[in-house]
Structures are given as structure tokens and as C-alpha cells.
Design a protein around this ligand. Structure first.
Ligand code: G3P
Length: 217
């Protein structure tokens, strides 16, 4: 499973990119607003520190303007992926963009039929929002399972990009189900490496090593 960072914080992205564990980045208008920075500058900077796809979202609601915005965003860097909302206009723009060779991430997916339409529109990625479904008392993970089954039934190339991930259990479940990508907040990515027994074990090893009086270097 690939890991994308769900962030527009260039410092956090750079730090995670240095680990070599990051395959791409997703942003959205809320994350851009949170950064307090110019959208186009932020996307350009992220693209310079991450080799993989960097999702930049259009903000128009009609397909004609979406395509104009997409042209600007695609001009920023070769690894920009255009993010469009899962609306009829978004799907229409998706088809035009993918036919033109762009990578397109269709976002705000909340049911399997929407995901089916995105695949038919040639989307490179479909972004089902797990956490927001959980917030409503639904099971976000069930949606990932359904999309996996449908895409496998028809050999769709569209990658399932699990989004709105809130905790490490979401990440594990996505990997078990076979999501292609999980876009994860930086804080959750860091938690993935943590276990109290790892810390305790390391402490013990270090204490015993100190007793030997040796050093490797
Ligand atoms: O990038 C979209 C998505 O991951 C948003 O997550 O936590 O705002 O539901 P959240």
C-alpha cells in the first residue's frame, strides 16, 4: 500500500519525505486555508520535495472553469494530480483531463456507485472519505471493501486512495482490505512506528550495551 501525506504543511511534508516512506501528497482547500499560504506557491514547493503525485484541488463548480483551473495547476509541476469533486461536472472534467494524460483524483466519495462512476470517467484515484462516514455512524471501511470488490470485478485501473483517515486502525484495515493508497495525516504516520514494547525493549538493550563498555564506531 502506498502512503500519501494528507497535508499542506511544507515542513511536515519535507520531514516525512526524508524518511523515504512517502509516495505522494494530497491537499484540499481546507488544508491550504490552514497553511495560511498562497495555494500555487505551496503546491510548487511540495512538488519540489516529493517525487510522487501531489493532489491539488480545483475550486470551480462547473467543468469548463475546472478545466481552466486544472491547466494552471498542471503548469506548476509535472507531478501535479488534479483533484476534482465527485459531481457530474467533476466527472466530466475528469474524463477530459485523463484523456489528455493528466492524473486525476476524484474526491469526496461517499458511496460505491460514485466510485463506479469515477472509474468509468478514467480517474487515476478515487478518494473515499472513511472518517467522515464513521462520524455519521456509518462504517467507512465497508465502503473501501465494496469499492475493492467492484474495481476487481471489472479490472478497473483506478486506484483506491483511502482518505479522511483519522487513526492507525484505519491504516491497518485499509491495508488488509487492499486499498492501493492511504492518505494519512503526518501525526498518524508517525504513530504507526510506535509501540510501548519497542520503546521498553530498546531501553533495555541500550542499558545492557552500556554495561559492555563497547562502541561500534
Ligand atoms: O484530503 C481529504 C481528507 O483526507 C480529509 O480528511 O479528516 O478532513 O475528513 P478529514
Amino acid at each position: 500500500m502506498k502512503f500519501f501525506v494528507d497535508s499542506a504543511d511544507i515542513e511536515e511534508i519535507g520531514e516525512l519525505a526524508d524518511t523515504g516512506l512517502i509516495d505522494g501528497v494530497t491537499t484540499n482547500p481546507s488544508l491550504i486555508a490552514k497553511s495560511g499560504r498562497n495555494f500555487l506557491d505551496v503546491i510548487k514547493e511540495i512538488c519540489s520535495v516529493v517525487e510522487g503525485p501531489v493532489s491539488a484541488e480545483v475550486t470551480a463548480l462547473d467543468s469548463v472553469t475546472m478545466l481552466k483551473e486544472a491547466e494552471v495547476l498542471r503548469g506548476l509541476a509535472p507531478n501535479v494530480a488534479i483533484k476534482v469533486p465527485l459531481t457530474m461536472d467533476g466527472l466530466k472534467a475528469c474524463k477530459v483531463l485523463t484523456d489528455d494524460g493528466a492524473k486525476v483524483n476524484v474526491t469526496l466519495c461517499f458511496n460505491a456507485n460514485q466510485a463506479l462512476l469515477a472509474a468509468k470517467a478514467g480517474a487515476s484515484y478515487i478518494s473515499p472519505f472513511i472518517g467522515r462516514l464513521d462520524d455519521m455512524g456509518q462504517d467507512g471501511m465497508e465502503l473501501i471493501e465494496e469499492i475493492r470488490e467492484i474495481y476487481d470485478n471489472y479490472d478497473f485501473d483506478t486506484e483506491i486512495l483511502a482518505a479522511s483517515i483519522r487513526n492507525i486502525n484505519h491504516v491497518k484495515s485499509c491495508a488488509l482490505i487492499g486499498a492501493d493508497v492511504a492518505t494519512v495525516p503526518g501525526s498518524v504516520i508517525k504513530q504507526l512506528a510506535k509501540h510501548p514494547l519497542t520503546d521498553k525493549g530498546l531501553e533495555g538493550f541500550m542499558a545492557d550495551w552500556a554495561k559492555t563498555g563497547q562502541s561500534i564506531l
